[in-house]
Design a protein around this ligand. Structure first.
Ligand SMILES: [Zn+2]
Ligand SMILES: [Zn+2]
Length: 172
């Protein structure tokens, strides 16, 4: 969505769109897929600056950090931002920034392209760590078996690193 800032008057600019973004383009290996993204919001002019209030709804498929199993997670996130044109809109007197905790986005030119904002939000909404289950047992580092579903005999044949060091000594 490209929003022409100079066309926003007293009435807020409202949008409602559906986006398809390729999960691979976010370059996060744990993100396996993205469903259609519902992106809606309003942008209104307020004391010479713009306030954006938006909402993103979609489903993302991420892999379990331990066993790599895919999991579908619904996402519902609100975005509230202050938008400022680098070339300030003509206003009387000085632009006074109110003290709030809103992040500010600076716009180059006269259009706000919300796609960049959306992509940043998608990045932030990917969990740092996802578990299919708190007690997920992960994959066997030796044979790759999913320990939630099958057991393997690898533990028994695993060499204790101390024995490895001793063997090196004996070999010398
Ligand atoms: Zn898992
Ligand atoms: Zn194994």
């Amino acid at each position: 969505m490209r929003i022409p800032l100079d066309r926003i008057g007293d009435e807020p600019f409202a949008w409602h769109e559906q986006l398809a973004i390729d999960a691979e383009s976010l370059e996060r290996p744990e993100l396996l897929g993205l469903g259609d993204i519902l992106w809606q919001g309003t942008l209104k002019r307020e004391d010479g600056i713009f306030r954006l209030e938006g909402r993103l709804e979609y489903e993302q498929t991420v892999s379990c950090s331990r066993c790599l199993a895919p999991m579908v997670l619904p996402v519902d996130s609100d975005i509230r931002l202050r938008v400022m044109a680098t070339v300030p809109a003509p206003v009387e007197g000085e632009i006074e920034l109110t003290e709030d905790d809103l992040d500010t986005v600076y716009v180059q030119g006269e259009e706000l392209d919300t796609l960049q904002l959306v992509r940043e939000q998608l990045q932030m909404n990917i969990p740092m760590r996802s578990l299919c289950n708190e007690s997920c047992r992960g994959l066997c580092p030796t044979c790759g078996a999913n320990r939630n579903r099958e057991s393997c005999d690898c533990e028994e044949t695993e060499v204790d690193p101390r024995w490895g060091a001793l063997k090196t000594l004996l070999d010398e």
